[in-house]
Design a protein around this ligand. Structure first.
Ligand code: PMP
Ligand code: GLN
Length: 404
């Protein structure tokens, strides 16, 4: 039979699915795939269940129910001072995942170049390639993940159509500074390029830092598609409600992409997310404070066990160097080993790189879990590594882990 799509046929199953399946298989605490283990706010849940019963269960408008588009516009004004037209500049999608694909579809033609910053979320590169565009990768380096400005500038050229920018960043927890964003804005201006801004962790920022949308910088309003996710903002990752905010010209073409991907998403969930976005400032501040406390708990616990813990200033994630524990394998082997032997699952950080030569000695732990779960996970790791040499020999890699 004829070949199937080469890009997709050659792609492994996402690491998040692979590691969650492994966690289930071994009855492990899953600190891999990033999802909270408590439900989102009760009023948002109730709004969703009420909305299900009041007879509005047919196709909502393509760009989203009016209540949610207005709530997205209002949140842009409240948090960032952005004036947004709810009718023409907001597109509600099935999660940020669809928003990323729709935004890239809206921007690129085959042969265009897209600048991407490694480590990166695992849908970016496959989607860029599926569209026939060319990824130009620039790599950040631990422990500080500083932006290598000269390399970034060198990645831009006459064929550059866009940059994918993720801040706060998964898996590094980096929050891009005003200076770094200013540098990126300068490159976009110089090369007449656009930005797809993955800001799903916009409200999960710690240490007194501030999330700054690139879109708020001078000259950037018409060059950015800014993406948010109700999954992250309301701890409801299964709902898959995302939203794009963009200038009318960009939003219009992103809507055409959305029209051909999913067209729309569940109306009751959209209406409930509108309620969520209207919550008071204390909710959003409390969300970040709570996660910051969990970050501290996890950072201190991993450091006590001997991990080389990297700083993380936002998101659900913390990464740690496991070499000080005396483990002699790579990150895939390590994550598999702790799943099997300690019954704690993490994600190998090399999964966030496309190219060769990625640092192979970091595991990413999700700390968006109940305190007692984090404490139990740390206790299990301590039992495994307490003696330093215990478990130092990695097991053989499985095919599933290899192709992840
Ligand atoms: N971007 C990043 C950086 C993420 O970590 C995630 C993970 N949830 C997504 C996008 C996808 O978000 P959603 O679940 O809303 O599709
Ligand atoms: N964003 C989540 C993470 O980084 C995973 C999302 C997914 O499983 N697709 O863990």
């Amino acid at each position: 039979m004829k070949d199937l799509n080469h890009q997709l046929a050659g792609l492994g199953t996402t690491i998040f699915t692979v590691m969650s399946a492994l966690a289930v298989e071994h009855g492990a605490i899953n600190l891999g795939q990033g999802f909270p283990d408590t439900d989102g706010p009760a009023d948002v849940l109730k709004a969703a269940s009420d909305a299900l019963m009041d007879g509005r269960n047919q196709y909502p408008p393509m760009t989203g129910v009016p209540e949610l588009r207005q709530a997205v516009a209002a949140a842009n004004r409240r948090f960032y001072g952005l004036e947004v037209d709810a009718n023409s500049e907001v597109v509600v999608t099935s999660g940020a995942t669809e928003a990323i694909t729709a935004s890239l579809m809206a921007l690129v033609n085959p042969g265009d170049e897209v600048v991407l910053i490694e480590p990166l979320y695992d849908t970016y590169v496959p989607v860029v390639r599926l569209l026939g565009a060319v990824p130009k990768l620039v790599r950040l380096t631990p422990p500080n993940w500083d932006l290598p400005r000269a390399e970034l500038a060198a990645a831009f050229g006459p064929k550059t159509k866009a940059i994918m920018l993720n801040t706060p960043m998964n898996p590094t927890g980096k929050v891009f500074s005003a200076e770094e964003l200013g540098f990126i804005a300068g490159l976009l201006h110089k090369h007449d390029a656009y930005a797809v801004c993955d800001e799903v962790y916009e409200h999960l920022v710690f240490d007194g830092l501030q999330h700054i949308p690139l879109m708020t910088l001078p000259g950037m309003r018409a060059r950015c598609l800014r993406i948010g996710s109700a999954g992250k903002t309301f701890a409801l990752t299964g709902w898959k409600i995302g939203y794009i905010t963009a200038d009318k010209r960009l939003a219009g073409v992103a809507t055409k992409a959305h029209q051909n991907l999913t067209f729309t998403s569940a109306p009751n969930l959209q209406r409930a997310v509108a309620v969520g976005l209207g919550k008071d400032d204390a909710y959003f501040a409390g969300l970040a404070d709570e996660l910051e406390r969990k970050r501290d708990l996890m950072a201190a616990g991993l450091a006590r066990l001997g991990f080389g813990v990297l700083p993380t200033h936002g998101s659900y994630f913390i990464s740690a160097d496991f070499r000080p524990l005396g483990f002699n394998g790579d990150d895939v082997a390590f994550c598999r080993h702790i799943t099997e032997a300690a019954k704690v699952t993490a994600i190998p950080v090399t999964a966030f790189y496309d190219g060769a030569g990625a640092p192979g000695h970091f595991a990413r732990f999700a700390f968006c879990k109940r305190d007692e779960v984090l404490i139990e996970a740390l206790a299990r790791l301590e039992r495994l590594f307490g003696g330093r040499d215990a478990g130092a020999t990695p097991p053989p890699l499985t095919q599933a882990a290899r192709t992840a």
